[in-house]
Design a protein around this ligand. Structure first.
Ligand SMILES: [Zn+2]
Length: 536
C-alpha cells in the first residue's frame, strides 16, 4: 500500500475482503469503494470495476469500521511531543477520553495547585495553561490527534475547580458553579459527564450532588461512571447509578464493569440482572469491559478515603505519622462501610507496581518487594508512596475469568481499554496495547465467547450510537472511511503483565478518512485524527 493519497477525486477499491460492517451480522465477502474519505459503496465481490482506481487487496482479511475505545485516559495524548500509537496500532480510530471523573479541563486559578498535583499521580507532567473547556480544546486542536478525540467532562475535575481536594459537601452556590462549568463544557462539545466515585475528591460527594449535575445533561445526555464500589459494594453502586439516571433524567453508562474480591467471584450474572431490570424499567443503561482479570489504577487507590483528603500534602503528612499508619493498616485489612479495600481483594501478591516517577520498583508485586527488601508489605507500600511522592500506578489482580466472560458475553457490552495516560513509560497494563485484538483473538476465535460480527458491533456501531460518535462505526455508504483490516486467524496480543509493551499481531492496516495510517505494526503518521463533536 502506498502512503500518499491525494485528498480529492481519488478512489480506492478494497477488494477481496470479508466485511464486518458493524451491524452485528455475520461478516461476508464484499468490496468497499472509498471516495474523498468516505465510503461510497459496499457491493458484492467484483461488482465494482477496478478502472483506474487504487486497489487494496484484502484477501484473507476482515475489513471492519475503525474501533471505538469508549474508555480511554489518553486525554494528554495530543499534548505529547511523541505520537501515542498504542491505540491506533490495535485498530482503534476513535477514543472517548475524560473518563472516571477526570478531564484536563476546566480549571480554576484557585484550584490549579490541587489539580496539578492530583494529575501527577497518573499523568506525566502537565502544564495547565488553560482555563475553560474551549481554551483546552483549542490547545489540543492545535497539537493534532492520532485518533479521533471524543472528550467527556469529569465530575472530579468540576469539583476540584470549585472545592479543591477538600472532604466537603458543596453548598447551593458551589453546586450551581459546578453546574455552570458543566453547561459550558456541554455547549462546547463535551460528549457527557463522567464520574470516578472512588477517587478523591469525588469520593466525598453524595448521590444528591451527582443527581443535581446529571440534570444538566438532559434526556439525550450521557453520564458515564466509575462507580463507588466494584467489590463488596458493587450492587449498591449499581443501584446508585440507576438512581442517578432515573432522578437525573439522563442516560447512564457503567465504565469497566467488574466484580472484584474472591468472595464475590462467580456472581457476575447477579450484577447483570440488576442492570437488565433497570433497562426493562425504561432506563437507558449500558456498560463496557476490558478483557482481563487484572485492573490498573494509581497506587494511592489502595488508601481509604479519609486518608486521601487535602491533596498530596495531606496524604504525605499522614504517611509520616506512626499513629495514622497504624490506623491505615487496620482499615486496609477490614475495609470501611461503602469502601472496598483493593488490597483485601487482591492480596499483596496481586498488586504489581507498574509505573513510578523514578521507574524503581516497576514490574514487581508488593509481595515480591517485601521479600527482596526484607520489609513487611505495608512498609513497602508506604516506602514507595513516600519515595515517589505518590506518583505510582499499579496492576491489580482481583477478578475471575468466568466473570469477565459473562460480562463480555452479555447483551450490548462494549469494549474499552481503560488505558492509563501515555507518556509515563514503565510497564503499563497490557490492555493499553492489546484490548481489541485480545477480544478478537482470545474471546472470539479461541473461546467463542461471542461471534465475530457481534464483537465488531460492540466495538463500532453500538458505541457510536450510545456515545453519539458522528458518521463512524459502520461500513455503509456515506460514513467516514475509518477502517481496520485484520487477519481473524492471527489477531491477538500477548497478555504479559511484566513485558506489556508490544504491538498486537494480525492487524494488516488501519485507515482514517480513507488515508492509510497503519501498515501492520508501523504507524505511518502524520496525526490524522480530529476532535469530534456529539452527533445530534
Ligand atoms: Zn476507572
Amino acid at each position: 500500500m502506498t502512503a500518499e493519497y491525494p485528498r480529492a477525486a481519488r478512489e480506492l477499491l478494497i477488494r477481496g475482503g470479508t466485511v464486518a460492517d458493524g451491524s452485528g451480522g455475520d461478516p461476508g465477502p464484499a468490496d468497499v469503494l472509498v471516495r474523498d474519505g468516505r465510503i461510497a459503496a459496499v457491493e458484492a465481490p467484483a461488482v465494482i470495476p477496478p478502472g483506474d482506481r487504487e486497489i487494496i487487496d484484502a484477501t484473507g482479511l476482515v475489513v471492519a469500521p475503525g474501533f471505538i475505545d469508549v474508555h480511554s485516559h489518553a486525554d494528554n495524548a495530543p499534548l505529547l511531543a511523541e505520537d501515542d500509537t498504542a491505540k491506533i496500532l490495535q485498530g482503534i480510530t476513535t477514543e472517548v477520553v475524560g473518563n472516571c471523573g477526570f478531564s484536563l479541563a476546566p480549571t480554576s486559578a484557585e484550584s490549579l495547585a490541587s489539580l496539578t498535583s492530583f494529575a501527577k499521580r497518573i499523568f506525566p507532567p502537565i502544564d495547565f495553561s488553560w482555563a475553560s473547556w474551549s481554551d483546552f480544546t483549542d490547545r489540543t486542536d492545535s497539537r493534532g490527534y492520532v485518533t479521533n478525540y471524543a472528550p467527556l467532562v469529569g465530575h472530579g475535575t468540576l469539583r476540584i475547580a470549585i472545592l479543591g481536594m477538600a472532604d466537603a459537601t458543596p453548598d447551593a452556590d458551589e453546586l450551581a458553579a459546578m453546574g455552570r462549568l458543566l453547561d459550558d463544557a456541554l455547549e462546547n462539545g463535551a460528549f457527557g459527564m463522567s464520574s470516578g466515585l472512588v477517587y478523591p475528591p469525588a469520593v466525598y460527594s453524595d448521590t444528591e450532588e451527582i443527581v443535581e449535575l446529571a440534570r444538566h445533561l438532559g434526556a439525550s445526555g450521557l453520564y458515564a461512571t466509575h462507580m463507588r464500589g466494584e467489590g463488596d459494594s458493587l450492587l449498591s453502586s449499581i443501584s446508585e447509578t440507576v438512581r442517578i439516571g432515573t432522578e437525573g433524567g439522563c442516560r447512564v453508562h457503567i465504565s469497566h464493569l467488574k466484580w472484584t474480591g474472591k468472595r464475590n467471584w462467580g456472581n457476575m450474572s447477579t450484577a447483570l440482572s440488576t442492570i437488565h431490570d433497570a433497562a426493562a424499567a425504561g432506563l437507558s443503561i449500558t456498560k463496557d469491559v476490558y478483557p482481563y482479570t487484572a485492573g490498573s489504577t494509581m497506587l494511592t487507590a489502595l488508601l481509604p478515603p479519609p486518608f486521601l483528603a487535602d491533596g498530596d500534602e495531606g496524604v504525605l503528612a499522614r504517611l509520616e505519622s506512626p499513629e495514622q499508619l497504624r490506623q491505615l493498616a487496620t482499615v486496609m485489612e477490614t475495609g470501611l462501610p461503602g469502601w472496598d479495600s483493593h488490597q483485601r481483594a487482591a492480596g499483596w501478591d496481586g498488586i504489581l507496581v507498574s509505573t513510578t516517577g523514578s521507574h524503581r520498583y516497576e514490574g514487581s508485586t508488593i509481595g515480591e518487594l517485601a521479600l527482596s527488601l526484607n520489609l513487611p508489605p505495608m512498609d513497602v507500600l508506604v516506602r514507595i508512596l513516600r519515595e515517589e511522592r505518590l506518583q505510582a500506578s499499579m496492576v491489580l489482580f482481583a477478578m475471575r475469568e468466568d466473570d469477565v466472560r459473562t460480562a463480555l458475553a452479555d447483551t450490548d457490552t462494549m469494549i474499552g481499554t481503560d488505558g492509563l495516560p501515555p507518556g509515563s513509560g514503565g510497564k503499563p497494563h497490557p490492555r493499553v496495547f492489546g484490548t481489541f485484538p485480545r477480544v478478537l483473538g482470545e474471546y472470539v476465535r479461541n473461546n467463542e465467547v461471542l461471534p465475530l460480527g457481534e464483537a465488531v458491533r460492540r466495538m463500532t456501531s453500538l458505541p457510536a450510537r450510545v456515545f453519539r460518535i458522528p458518521e463512524r462505526g459502520s461500513v455503509r455508504p456515506g460514513f467516514v472511511a475509518d477502517l481496520v483490516a485484520f487477519d481473524p486467524q492471527t489477531i491477538d496480543h500477548p497478555c504479559d503483565y511484566r513485558d506489556p509493551v508490544h504491538p498486537p499481531s494480525g492487524i494488516a492496516w488501519v485507515m482514517q478518512a480513507g488515508r492509510p495510517v497503519v501498515d501492520r505494526t508501523t504507524y505511518l503518521g502524520p496525526r490524522r485524527g480530529r476532535r469530534l463533536t456529539p452527533a445530534v
